[in-house]
Design a protein around this ligand. Structure first.
Ligand code: SAM
Ligand code: DTB
Ligand code: SF4
Length: 350
């Protein structure tokens, strides 16, 4: 059922207003972003998420940036949907390493209904560990959103990726409106929205402004806004894109912070190639969330030690888990996952 929600914001931003923010002197923009940041957050606190690719590659979509599209030869090893047990093991490791949220991503256009029970078991198991849960599975219908909400999914990640005007240059197999419809289904089901985009794809500053305007003017601002720097993967059509100026990237974070003052802004893909100084500038501009771990979905992340050392050097604390593991539930889910795995292996010939 569609519920009416109180919007998290009242201002509606125009592209011209946002372009004016981008045009500010760098120091003025950063000062404004840091001021807004401090009104809503502890400026020295970082939320840590860990990503796991639960189904890798062979995606039918044609997103030009993506190593997982079946249309581009990126040498990626294809993996079918993972069993529940190894997903829970990865979540246990992520929790031990200090993550508070566990994000599971699948290279799908949208989930098939036959995959939903397995995906639901993953959400329930990860939640029983006391971690926040997040999934990114492609487009969702209303009923799939409701199923995931009932399983206890906290966040759903679905990016708008770029401006409506530049979008057709990047993806042809799903429309901007398709993406907005998924965000509406997710929000209506009561799941928190994680939605952002990618910069460095050859877009203009106006496109970056228009993307942020779309996100900021959603009926409810996303609770989490990932800003990805394009990872230029060999074999994808965007492999030779021109590198974005570092300060234009930092400006994008700062403007996101100003437009969406209560949202977490996540410094997402592309961190491996960023210096410590660039990380520090991104945090000053208002980024207060990162992905840590061995990798994102298919591409590398900085070593966790390097991330943790930098946070220490900057006096930034890791956000702590809000809830403890539900031990009886956890054991039930681990047992069910082990039983399912045993059944699967017993059924294997030989
Ligand atoms: N298949 C699902 C979908 O597209 O909705 C979920 C996974 S998809 C890989 C999640 C997001 O990762 C994309 O929307 C895109 O923003 C980001 N992404 C993918 N490849 C990237 C790359 N090479 N550089 C930066 N971000 C990337
Ligand atoms: C998001 O905005 N960034 C993450 C997460 N949501 C799922 C994914 C980045 C993927 C980068 C390319 C890769 O590792 O495959
Ligand atoms: Fe598929 Fe998602 Fe990659 Fe697009 S971004 S090709 S939908 S995995």
């Amino acid at each position: 059922m569609t519920q009416t929600k109180t919007p998290l914001h009242t201002a509606r931003w125009t592209v011209a207003e946002v372009q004016a923010l981008f045009a500010l002197p760098f120091n003025d923009l950063l000062f404004q972003a840091q001021t807004v940041h401090r009104q809503h957050f502890d400026a020295n606190s970082m939320q840590i998420s860990t990503l796991l690719s639960i189904k890798t590659g062979a995606c039918p979509e044609d997103c030009k940036y993506c190593p997982q599209s079946t249309r581009y030869d990126t040498g990626l090893e294809v993996e079918p949907l993972m069993a529940v047990a190894p997903v829970l093991e990865a979540a246990v490791r992520a929790k031990a390493a200090g993550a508070t949220r566990f994000c599971m991503g699948a290279a799908w256009r949208s989930p098939k209904n036959r995959d939903m029970p397995q995906v639901v078991a993953m959400v329930e198991g990860v939640k029983a560990l006391g971690l926040e849960t997040c999934m990114t599975l492609g487009m969702l219908s209303e009923s799939q959103s409701e199923t995931l909400a009932a399983a206890g999914l906290d966040y759903y990640n679905h990016n708008l990726d770029t401006s409506p005007e530049y979008y057709d240059e990047i993806i042809s197999t799903r429309s901007y409106d398709d993406r907005l419809a998924t965000l509406a289904a997710v929000q209506d089901a009561g799941i928190k929205v994680c939605s952002g985009g990618i910069v460095g794809m050859g877009e203009t500053e106006r496109d970056r402004s228009a993307l942020l305007v779309q996100l900021a003017n959603l009926p409810q601002q996303p609770e989490s806004v990932p800003i990805n720097m394009l990872v230029r993967v060999q074999g994808t059509p965007l492999a030779d894109s021109e590198e974005l100026d570092i300060f234009d990237f930092i400006r994008t974070i700062a403007v996101a912070r100003i437009l969406m003052p209560k949202s977490s802004v996540r410094l997402s893909a592309g961190r491996e190639a960023m210096s410590d100084e660039m990380h520090a500038l991104a945090y000053l501009a208002g980024a207060n969330s990162i992905f840590c771990g061995e990798k994102l979905l298919t591409t590398a992340l900085p070593e966790t030690d390097r991330d943790m050392q930098l946070l220490r050097r900057l006096g930034i604390k890791k956000q702590l888990l809000q809830s403890a593991a539900d031990e009886p539930q956890l054991h039930r889910h681990l047992q069910a996952a082990a039983d399912a795995a045993a059944g699967y292996y017993n059924a294997m010939p030989g």
